[in-house]
Design a binder for this molecule. Sequence first.
Ligand code: ZN
Length: 157
Amino acid sequence: MRYDLPEFLAHAVALEQEATERYRELAEVMESAGNEPVAEVFRDMSRYSALHRDDILARTDDMELPILRSWEYRWRVPPEVGEDFEPSAMASPYLALAYARGNEIRGMRYYQDVAQAATDAHVRHLAMEFANDESSHVEALDRWIARLRLIDPATVG
Ligand code: ZN
């Protein structure tokens, strides 16, 4: 994955936009499942993703960003949920957190790969910074999964 700056920023904006929407969806699912604490986690994650997206957009100035294919940035569902993303299938807080975690890891690896392949110093620097952000999101989700394990070990499997 060797990108120039506009290609890289386009991917980063798309990843953050996707995360903003999926986290908002997960927050709603948790809310209707009556799990306010986990709904709150997802609302926070959605807000951070939106802030990050806006922050990246602010760096694009008047650059023209390429249009991406959706498979390049869409979240993927875990195998236990099936091919089609059905938010209601995420009613289990553990499944929802595991789903989010899987996608944060994909995002982190994506940025790490870009950083490694980058010939452009600016792209490399930003990709490393974004990979670190994603790894802190993975850690936040891990803390929640550990918490669930304490509260209700049966749901975590
Ligand atoms: Zn993230």
